[in-house]
Design a protein around this ligand. Structure first.
Ligand SMILES: C[S@@+](CC[C@H](N)C(=O)[O-])C[C@H]1O[C@@H](n2cnc3c(N)ncnc32)[C@H](O)[C@@H]1O
Ligand SMILES: Nc1nc2[nH]cc(C(=O)O)c2c(=O)[nH]1
Ligand code: SF4
Ligand SMILES: [Mg+2]
Length: 209
């Protein structure tokens, strides 16, 4: 299997229940809900994406086989053996992440997390699953560690998801021209509905990648 990677770097997890934790971010290229081209955004299934996931031209990006990708993740993390964490994102990581890569990362001491739109089944062995449903896309993955809903999406309001089998439920204000209003709306929802917690994209506040 050849993995197509947009970028690969160390940062702190900016979102959700693991916010602040050191991690290698492994951003796979490509997504099933948008081509990534601005010209196609208006007709995409997911229209609010904040990420460039096209190609392999980011820092640490490229085409890798399994051993090469694990070596790149290890080199990015550095020598310390403890608390190793790699977060697979994209684009849509579950279009590429497979059991062989998860097993090989585990063998090097990494816990493996994923940020997914939930349209694909997850391979076995993941240590942390964050599902972020998109209004116009059928949800295939209805269990996991955290459900992180970008808010507001009029056709995907929180009530639709709170019965699912997740440990944590987060609202993340939709970034874009209405970010401030969306943040206030998410705060108001969490104040009224204590099942839900606020997830701010803290890397955008601090300038981390
Ligand atoms: C770029 S996506 C990649 C992973 C996967 N495709 C997904 O959608 O979950 C990473 C995270 O950023 C969130 N996200 C994307 N665009 C956003 C925006 N404009 N505002 C807030 N969160 C956003 C996604 O919902 C997801 O939780
Ligand atoms: N620091 C940081 N934390 C993140 N958490 C989820 C991200 C993503 O794009 O999937 C992300 C990201 O892009 N940067
Ligand atoms: S599903 Fe994720 S990567 Fe794909 S367009 Fe939406 S936010 Fe971006
Ligand atoms: Mg991001």
């Amino acid at each position: 299997m050849t993995y197509t990677v947009k970028e690969l770097y160390v940062t702190l997890q900016g979102e959700g229940a693991q916010t602040g934790r050191r991690a290698v971010f492994l951003r796979f290229a490509g997504c099933n809900l948008w081509t990534g081209r601005e010209a196609d955004r208006h007709r995409a299934v997911c229209t609010f994406c904040d990420t460039d996931f096209v190609g392999t031209d980011g820092p640490g990006g490229g085409k890798f086989d399994c051993a090469g990708l694990v070596a790149a993740v290890e080199a990015a993390w550095g020598p310390g053996p403890d608390h190793r964490l790699v977060i697979c994102t994209g684009g849509e990581p579950l279009l590429q992440l497979d059991r062989a890569l998860i097993d090989a990362l585990h063998a090097c001491g990494f816990a493996v997390g994923v940020e997914t739109n939930g349209t694909q089944a997850a391979p076995p062995g993941l240590d942390w699953v964050c599902v972020s449903p998109k209004a116009a896309a059928p949800l295939a993955l209805t269990t996991g560690d955290e459900l992180k809903l970008v808010y507001p999406q009029p056709l995907a309001m929180p009530e639709r998801f709170e019965g699912l089998a997740f440990e944590h439920f987060f609202l993340q204000p939709m970034d874009g021209p209405a970010r401030e209003a969306n943040t206030q709306a998410a705060i108001a929802y969490c104040l009224d509905n204590p099942r839900w917690r606020l997830s701010l994209q803290t890397h955008k506040l601090t300038g981390l990648p």
